[in-house]
Design a protein around this ligand. Structure first.
Ligand SMILES: *Cc1c(COP(=O)(O)O)cnc(C)c1O
Length: 352
């Protein structure tokens, strides 16, 4: 059997939820959109069911799957509806929804609700992707508040740069949000993972934790308190010794500089491992760090075994405990979010 394994350590997920909830204070939504960032939304939701305050997904279909699998906690739909008919199921399945634009607001108010809705009203405080502009926000809030169709409004916004060294943009977004909310009562939610870790002023009534929940540090400053949930491992299944100045793999992009022992690893871009993680990307063989040499193929990749006595049958960690997803992402010119979301084909196993 092919040895590529994607382990999901649910104990680490619970640890991270509890750690982040303590850091943020108040209540915390576990963001499990995109199949829980590739970790499996239903299994992650079940693992958090007795400790989470609620979940967040991107769109209605993701919430339906969770309800069908018996998840009864609150679920927030972060993008809100695409079509007015979706409010039927939001009502029936007792879901919470974001309203970020006028069309969603009007169709929500026109809908015949069986029970009053919980609405997260989104402000565009500077990211300029979605949300009501600050000068239109109070009017949207009032329209909802005065309607008998709305039970509760949570004021929310989202940050563009909370994980970047530059702090001014986030501080400015918080100022803009607070100014526009001055006279509006009710709960608030600002922080994603990076913001709850780095910006005390972004911690409000509700946090929304995604990346850090999976043990991936969005900033490089907090890895000590988070435990990686996903571990991708495989084995060396062949090895060869190449003379100096021999090419390896597609495109002959890497030439040996010395006599080189090369290990062949069962993992490739067909499994979601980034193809751009070429020569130099860190990888661990039997607990020792080494590097990828040559291009990543669809089903295999090659590693330098020179400085170890490892070989066929030895365990390879692509990322997890010894190698962070962030390191692989940096080597591949992408972000950790994209790598874990892309995991596929490997055998996924859950560890309680
Ligand atoms: C995805 C998402 C989050 C979670 O972000 P992380 O950086 O993964 O913590 C929070 N809020 C909104 C609106 C999102 O879309």
């Amino acid at each position: 059997m092919r040895p590529l394994l994607c382990e999901i350590r649910l104990g680490n997920l619970r640890h991270n939820y509890q750690t982040l909830k303590k850091i943020h204070g108040n209540k915390l939504l576990a963001v499990i959109k995109a199949d829980a960032y590739g970790h499996g939304a239903v299994r992650c939701a079940r693992a958090l069911h007795d400790i989470a305050d609620g979940f967040a997904v991107a769109f209605l279909e993701e919430a339906i799957e969770l309800r069908e699998q018996g998840i009864t906690l609150p679920i927030l739909i972060l993008e809100g509806v695409f079509e007015p008919q979706e409010y039927d199921l939001i009502d029936k399945l007792d879901l919470w929804t974001v309203v970020h634009q006028q069309a969603q607001l009007e169709s929500l108010l026109a809908h015949n609700w069986q029970k009053p809705a919980t609405v997260w009203l989104k402000m565009d405080s500077g990211m300029h992707r979605a949300g009501f502009f600050p000068h239109n926000y109070a009017a949207a809030y009032t329209a909802l508040a005065q309607s008998n169709k709305v039970a509760k409004i949570i004021k929310m916004s989202h940050f563009a740069c909370a994980d970047e060294a530059e702090r001014d943009i986030t501080d400015r977004q918080i100022e803009i949000f607070d100014l526009a909310c001055e006279d509006l009562a009710g709960e608030e939610s600002l922080a994603n993972s990076a913001a709850m870790l780095r910006f005390e002023t972004a911690r409000r009534d509700w946090g929304r934790a995604g990346l850090a929940l999976y043990g991936i540090d969005p900033t490089g400053e907090f890895s000590g308190c988070l435990k990686p949930v996903m571990r991708l491992s495989s084995q060396i299944f062949a090895e060869r010794v190449l003379q100096p100045n021999e090419p390896i793999g597609y495109g002959a992009t890497f030439y040996t500089k010395r006599s080189t022992r090369v290990g062949l690893v069962a993992c490739g871009y067909g499994d979601g491992y980034p193809r751009r993680a070429s020569s130099g990307t860190p990888i661990a063989v039997k607990g020792l760090r080494t590097q990828i040499i040559g291009r990543v193929s669809m089903d295999m990749l090659t590693v330098d075994l020179n400085d170890s006595h490892e070989g066929v049958g030895d365990v390879v960690e692509l990322f997890g405990d010894l190698i962070s997803v962030n390191e692989v992402a940096a080597a591949a010119g992408t972000i950790a979010y994209e790598i874990v979301c892309n995991m596929k084909r490997s055998k996924r196993i859950y560890i309680e």
